[in-house]
Write a protein that binds this ligand. Structure first.
Ligand code: FNR
Length: 419
């Protein structure tokens, strides 16, 4: 399809080569927005390792096997997906494009791949879900300090037709991200990744209670510095958009200030342990998928505790610097899980050939992150769609060119470890 379009003189909307795509995004985006997406934890050694790990595996193609008809589909939680690919949760997408999650949702639905709604989305999940028709969607959760908020988010995910909830465990606290620190990113971005909260009745009630307890806006306030003003303006915009309060009023209201305070205290609970999983299990009928599992013992324990799936991930190298690469962790986790639940994979997937390697190592499917964020930044919905279609197209081609006609024919047998 892609080649045929090329024969008829159609140029791609966004560069097909990943590095060129990231370069183009860098050229167009605000430095803070670019740095936020591109950056990782610390020295970014994990991020580099996530990529070089792919270089340690080679596919050994087979010939003369009639590959004229191929089926790239896989089944996941009772749904047939067109390929072993999902769009992973990426927060604050409005930083890279004004339509943010909405453009991604439309592109995902057009191709039929599931989108995982980020807990830090720029658009409330109900709005994104409504743009997707019957197309599959999941919700990602950061475990809040408020039980009530967690319950509310789970209920909303069910009502929005989500097929699964992904609980991200590697972000009990935000990682050490020097690029963001140096660029003063956090106040810049605060209002962009908060739509799941400002649209939530529990969050709003907590904000109103906080604002009431803090007194009226006439009370003396500490003199804010420039960063605090920026954070407040961003939050006022988010609050105004979510509640319909006019922006002029929001800027003077105590509510956005209270929302910043409540959010900072609520979004994540570093004290969670295995014992809390049972609580979560009782509060949703959706399959529970744990994201950010890298140790085989944790994987085994998770399955013993009754979770429905795992995502092997380093969060794109954004949390722990000098961590094991996600791909290097994958085989041991797959062995520990022993087919009891599906194991998904992300961190470093850039192409259809990468998808094939991860699947051959035992991943049921992979999540894309930065590639589609760059596609969004460069060409909005069309850009996301092209990035995803390119990955699916190359996966299909590589499947056939290595002598396979279906995803379940892939196994470690098709790979060799490079010396
Ligand atoms: C992320 N990721 C992420 N994960 C999550 O569970 N919730 C989130 O809100 C976010 N937000 C987010 C923002 C940005 C800008 C990036 C790049 C990543 C992690 C994401 O789901 C996935 O694990 C990584 O993107 C995988 O790494 P690569 O392949 O994108 O490098």
């Amino acid at each position: 399809m892609v080649y045929r379009a090329g024969v008829y003189g159609r140029h791609p909307r966004v560069p097909t080569v990943y590095r060129a795509l990231a370069r183009e995004a860098k050229r167009r985006l605000d430095a803070r927005a670019y740095g936020y997406v591109a950056g990782g934890a610390g020295d970014e050694a994990t991020q580099r390792a996530d990529r070089t790990a792919f270089d340690h595996w080679s596919v050994v193609p087979r010939v003369l096997r009639d590959v004229s008809r191929r089926d790239t589909s896989v089944e996941l939680f009772g749904r047939r997906l067109p390929a072993p690919v999902l769009l992973g949760p990426v927060g604050a997408l409005e930083l890279v494009h004004p339509e943010g999650d909405l453009a991604v949702a439309r592109a995902a639905a057009a191709v039929g791949v599931p989108m995982v709604f980020s807990n830090q989305a720029s658009v409330p999940m109900e709005t994104t879900a409504a743009a997707m028709g019957d197309s599959p969607r999941w919700m990602q959760l950061y475990w809040s300090t408020s039980d009530e908020l967690v319950e509310s988010l789970l209920g909303r995910a069910e009502a929005a037709g989500c097929d699964a909830v992904v609980v991200t465990l590697d972000t009990t606290m935000l990682g050490w991200r020097p690029r963001d620190l140096d660029l003063g990113h956090l106040p810049f971005a605060l209002g962009k990744g908060i739509a799941q909260y400002t649209s939530d009745p529990v969050f709003r009630r907590l904000v109103e209670e906080r604002a009431a307890a803090a007194g009226t806006p006439r009370d003396p306030q500490p003199r804010p510095n420039a960063a605090a003003v920026r954070a407040l303006v961003g939050m006022s915009r988010a609050w105004s958009r979510a509640t319909g309060m006019p922006m002029r009023e929001a800027l003077r209201s105590p509510l956005p200030r209270a929302a910043v305070e409540v959010f900072l205290g609520i979004y994540s609970r570093p004290s969670i342990t295995w014992a809390d999983l049972a609580w979560l299990r009782e509060r949703t009928r959706l399959p529970i998928v744990l994201k950010g599992v890298l140790h085989p013992d944790d994987a085994r324990r998770a399955v013993d505790e009754g979770v429905d799936g795992l995502v092997v991930s380093t969060h794109g190298g954004r949390q722990v610097d000098r961590s094991i690469a996600a791909l290097d962790a994958l085989p041991d986790v797959v062995d520990a899980v022993a087919d009891r639940v599906p194991v998904l994979f992300d961190s470093g997937v850039r192409s259809g050939a990468d998808v094939l390697v991860a699947v051959a190592l035992g991943a049921r499917a992979v999540l894309l992150g930065r590639p589609y964020a760059w596609g969004l930044g460069v060409a909005g919905e069309d850009g996301v769609r092209q990035v995803v279609e390119d990955v699916l197209g190359e996966f299909d081609l590589t499947l056939g060119l290595t002598g396979h006609t279906a995803v379940d024919q892939l196994s470690r047998e098709v790979l060799r470890r490079r010396p």
